[in-house]
Design a protein around this ligand. Structure first.
Ligand SMILES: Nc1ncnc2c1ncn2[C@@H]1O[C@H](COP(=O)(O)OP(=O)(O)OP(=O)(O)O)[C@@H](O)[C@H]1O
Ligand SMILES: [Mg+2]
Length: 526
């Protein structure tokens, strides 16, 4: 059981939540929801103990399994060690023991310490750690040959799986997962759903994936109106209940406002005349009638709109017999693709098939194994990478960072783009280091909007985004007069936006110039 007592947290002048009292019991599955920047990750850091609240306290079990939103923390470590580090007590003891054993001699204190460390390692099942970790990794589809490699060499969905294995290592009593479905393909999300459904500890999971929340959660803790409210049921149930409560308060207020108006009219007409006593008593009634304060909801929609200055030629990209891979190892070959101005091309496929490699090859940052790539006349590409931790350097205000990208756009130009992306006024002063996951995505998209490219390459842009932002992105790509090539696992985005589909499968790649309907027909036939 995790118990939260009187917890409050603000940053600067902004209150995220105040006086939260709630608990998370075992056997139930809690979704922690709220729009980008609501404070979900902050609250989870408080639950974990990574961050202190301004006031209040949290009682938590000893063994926590944690997946943080920041995936770069363990980059330098070997994959297998990343998993073992999921049990910090064991991992620290193993590290210290190794350090001591490197010395040729030990004094008394060190000898004692070694004995104690030995006990910890034994208590925590340290001798089985490597094999336990390997079993988890195998189960998650991480092949043996990757176990010794540094985590940084694994990308997207595979890196996430290793971090999930870390969270699951050592049989935690509580699992706290911050956006576990980002980067995962549909099959892996289903696997995760099944796993979580059978987990019997305390589960708190942050996600913007409605489908995932609906299939996993028995309860929702929603951050809004500067507090956290717990609802029974899944995500859709919460949305309904929330709308109903708000509707009741609003209609109650409407009735009160009408009454107030009547009383005010009466008082105004009769305050000085023969009915002044009645007017005075109405005045008292009026003073008692205060509408319930409705705090503004934190749900907001950004306005994503891409435009360009020069359209570029009609033929945007011509790809002939392209084979892609790394270090001579081929992922797929034989790609023929023509992209015309205005095309919206979705690149789809499971984790690890080579979608990012294809984008990087098109951009020229990864050399092709074979074949030709020809970009058309005056094509100007803007790129949104899949891994964007570290892309926006820390130590700036977001406004200044944006302004540096294109001073010629002028302060007003920058302000207007930032405003549309929900960084208006003071939010432009936000330090780049403290942006939430979704805020960082909004900032990177703001940059693309400001730079006005005629061709966009977006690698899984919906990761970290809340539902409002995703639908705004969908509208933004759809109405973009330029060309967009995007990688995504988001079915809705593929179906509604793409007029061409590039489907990457193990070793082969197919193009469906008719978009989703053609792709589906072909799959049904197969
Ligand atoms: N150390 C900090 N100093 C100042 N502001 C911060 C700090 N950490 C977070 N914030 C701000 O607090 C707010 C909440 O951030 P948090 O990361 O908890 O959001 P979130 O709900 O997890 O959002 P997302 O869905 O985008 O991941 C954001 O506006 C963020 O900019
Ligand atoms: Mg977050």
């Amino acid at each position: 059981m995790i118990v939260v007592e009187n917890v409050s947290k603000s940053f600067g002048g902004k209150k995220l939540f105040e006086d939260v009292n709630t608990s998370f019991g075992p056997g139930k599955r809690f979704g922690l929801t709220g729009p980008n920047g609501a404070g979900k990750s902050t609250f989870m850091k408080i639950l974990i103990g990574d961050l202190d609240p301004d006031s209040g306290r949290v009682l938590r079990p000893k063994r926590l399994g944690i997946l943080r939103q920041d995936h770069s923390l363990f980059d330098h470590m070997r994959v297998i060690d990343v998993v073992i580090a999921g049990n910090p007590r064991l991992w620290q003891a193993m590290q210290r023991k190794e350090e001591l054993l490197l010395k040729s001699e030990h004094n008394d204190d060190e000898g004692m310490e070694l004995g104690e460390l030995e006990c910890v390692v034994a208590e925590e099942d340290g001798y089985a750690a490597e094999s336990d970790a390997a079993v988890l990794l195998d189960g998650l589809g991480i092949v043996q040959s990757s176990h010794e490699r540094p985590l940084s060499e694994l990308k997207g969905g595979f890196k996430l799986r290793v971090l999930l294995a870390q969270a699951l290592f050592g049989r935690p009593q509580a699992l706290l997962l911050d956006e576990p479905t980002n980067h995962l393909d549909l099959e892996s999300i289903e696997w995760l759903e099944d796993f979580l459904l059978s987990y019997d500890g305390v589960l708190v999971v942050i996600s913007h994936d409605r489908h995932f929340l609906n299939s996993v959660c028995t309860h929702i803790s929603d951050i809004d109106y500067e507090t956290i409210i717990q609802y029974t049921g899944n995500y859709d149930d919460m949305v309904r209940a929330k709308a109903q409560v708000r509707g009741q308060v609003e209609s109650g207020n409407a009735k009160k406002m009408e009454k107030i108006k009547q009383l005010q009219d009466f008082i105004q007409r009769f305050a000085a005349g023969t009915r002044s006593t009645q007017a005075a008593s109405r005045k008292k009634e009026l003073d008692r009638l205060r509408p319930d304060e409705i705090k503004r909801s934190n749900i907001q929609r950004p306005f994503i709109k891409f435009e360009f200055d020069k359209p570029g030629g009609r033929d945007v990209l011509e790809v002939h017999k392209l084979a892609c891979g790394h270090n001579g190892e081929r992922l797929f070959g034989g790609l023929h693709l023509s992209v015309s101005r205005g095309d919206k091309v979705a690149i789809i496929g499971r984790n690890g098939v080579g979608k990012t490699t294809l984008i990087e090859t098109l951009l020229g940052t990864t050399p092709p194994i074979a074949g030709n790539i020809k970009w058309g006349h005056e094509v100007d590409t803007g790129y949104f990478p899949q891994e964007h931790e570290g892309v926006i350097p820390p130590g700036h205000k977001i406004f200044d960072w944006m302004f540096e990208q294109k001073p010629i756009a002028g302060k007003e130009g920058v302000r207007s783009v930032l405003g549309r992306m929900l960084f208006s006024g003071e939010d432009g002063d936000k330090p780049t280091a403290t942006l939430s996951g979704g805020e960082r995505v909004r900032a990177l998209l703001s940059r693309l909007m400001l730079l006005r490219h005629n061709t966009l390459l977006l690698d899984e842009p919906t990761n970290h985004m809340d539902l409002e932002a995703i639908s705004s992105l969908r509208d933004g790509i759809q109405s973009f007069p330029g060309t967009c090539i995007f990688v995504t696992h988001d079915r809705d985005l593929i179906e509604t936006v793409a007029n061409k589909i590039v489907a990457v499968e193990e070793g082969k790649i197919d193009v469906y110039p008719g978009g989703w309907s053609e792709y589906r027909r072909a799959k049904q036939k197969a």
